[in-house]
Design a protein around this ligand. Structure first.
Ligand SMILES: [Zn+2]
Length: 472
């Protein structure tokens, strides 16, 4: 018997790459009054996100388990048999996400932009609208809700330009339409759980040149005012409101070139001929090829077939080892590099039945000391100095809820988000949830009565069905 309070409403707003620093700037600017009020009244956390990469971090946030249990470690991976480079999809996800678990409990859920976004996994009691940059046409489930996906398709078709201004302009339209969709869905459909993930501020921070921690350009303020209105639409009809991001964004002074380090030690071989099938592609190139674009780069590549080990790609943070004999040497070399906090065997970083899908060695740069990893090409230098901006491992998590008192102003891991929300909803947690010790400590007064359920068996069946439907 499942006992769930099904007259409460929880909404979750995800903002990709939002950091506390950037959020504080927007609050000071006065353009996000509703978010300011939620933050003011809510419990606040620094969310520890490692790796600080969009697909694994959102997967940890949404499933409540670490990558060793959900199976997504980066944007891309190397097939161990063929060395072919592939992108992770929802079919690689080994644990259901919160909207899918709640649907399994017959709790009505609406999810806009789940991650991974493709393919959409159909599940009854859910409405799903999904748009990812990889699949140009927004997807939806059930088909009867196609009008919402079509509204989004109108904007997406226009595509955003290259400049900061064009990116901001495009996303202002994108968020406005999403706000319209949210308003309609939230009023017209029954729901207890509503979640939406927005690709901002990530795209803006990557594209715009102004000092994002200090300055605000007018269109940026306008865009976040629109985000604030979207948040208000949901917050005024919800009992619990959650704001969460998958990582932060920061400035760095030094790029560490991991494959250059391995090349110098004779662990990897290079290749300069473009188009050779053994050339290691950077994630951006894999993504472009997937979308049917051709990218030609005149750089020195890693030779996948002749190397003993290589760092896979930017934001993978993993070294793929072809010859296990070099593992101790690679660990020793990387652990002696100034700017690397640690290099560890995957088994010492992640835990669970899918750790074997991770790269053999995981590397963590000293982000807090201004170091960040470079791309996977060979440039003949180990460090590049300058001013770089990129993801950081500290995200935002804020919860505004009823009478519950939580311990806050601490750092908690990203996989704790879903168990916390599900405990507040009194829904049974996944029997493989991570971070339960910390979860207990968060409840200061009355401890929640935590029950557990196995959601994975049904998830496997759902994935099989989804792969047969072949949404596209
Ligand atoms: Zn992200």
């Amino acid at each position: 018997m499942v006992t769930v309070i099904d007259n409460i409403r929880v909404s979750v707003i995800g903002l990709d790459a939002l950091s506390w620093g950037y959020l504080d700037k927007l609050i000071d600017k006065g353009c996000i009054p509703e978010i300011k009020s939620i933050i003011g009244k809510g419990f606040k956390y620094v969310l520890e996100c490692f790796p600080p990469t969009t697909p694994p971090s959102w997967s940890s946030i949404l499933t409540g388990v670490n990558p060793g249990k959900h199976g997504i470690f980066a944007f891309d991976y190397v097939d161990p048999e063929t060395l072919e480079q592939k992108l992770y999809t929802a079919m690689d996800l080994e644990h259901p996400r919160i909207h899918e678990m709640l649907s399994m409990l017959s709790i009505k859920s609406i999810m806009i932009n789940p991650i991974p976004g493709y393919p959409v996994v159909p599940i009854s009691k859910s409405i799903i609208i999904s748009h990812t940059i990889l699949i140009p046409k927004p997807q939806c489930y059930p088909k009867s809700k196609e009008k919402y996906a079509n509204m989004l398709a109108e904007v997406v078709r226009r595509k955003h330009g290259e400049t900061c201004f064009e990116t901001l302009e495009y996303h202002l339209k994108y968020v406005s339409v999403l706000r319209e969709i949210v308003e309609k869905l939230a009023c017209e459909e029954p729901w207890n759980f509503f979640s939406i993930i927005l690709p901002i501020p990530d795209v803006i921070l990557h594209k715009c040149e102004h000092d994002f921690l200090k300055e605000t350009v007018p269109l940026e303020a306008k865009l976040f005012a629109e985000v604030d209105r979207l948040v208000k639409t949901l917050s005024q009809i919800s009992d619990t409101v959650v704001l969460v991001s998958d990582h932060g964004f920061s400035y760095y002074r030094k790029l560490i070139r991991i494959n250059d380090i391995l090349a110098r030690e004779g662990i990897l071989e290079t290749i300069s001929k473009h188009g050779f099938e053994g050339a290691l592609k950077e994630y951006k190139e894999v993504k472009a090829e997937f979308s049917g674009k051709h990218v030609s780069v005149d750089e020195t590549f890693v030779d996948k077939f002749r190397s003993k080990a290589f760092y896979i790609s930017k934001w993978n943070l993993g070294v793929y080892v072809r010859d296990p004999k070099v593992i101790p040497k690679v660990l020793k070399i990387l652990n002696n590099v100034n700017g690397i906090s640690w290099a560890k065997l995957r088994e010492n970083v992640f835990w669970g039945p899918h750790v074997r899908k991770a790269p053999h060695i995981i590397v963590r740069p000293m982000f807090e000391k201004g170091f960040v990893q470079g791309d996977n090409k060979i440039k003949g230098v180990i460090y590049e100095e300058g001013l770089f901006k990129d993801h950081s491992p500290e995200g935002v998590f804020a919860v505004k809820t009823g009478n519950v008192k939580l311990l806050d102003n601490i750092k908690i891991p990203n996989y704790l988000v879903t168990p916390l929300i599900m405990s507040l909803m009194e829904a049974p947690l996944s029997n493989v949830s991570d971070g339960l010790n910390v979860l207990q400590k968060l409840f200061i007064e009355e401890k929640p009565k935590i029950t557990f359920k196995n959601y994975i068996a049904k998830w496997r069946i759902l994935k099989k069905l989804a792969s047969k439907i072949g949404y596209r």
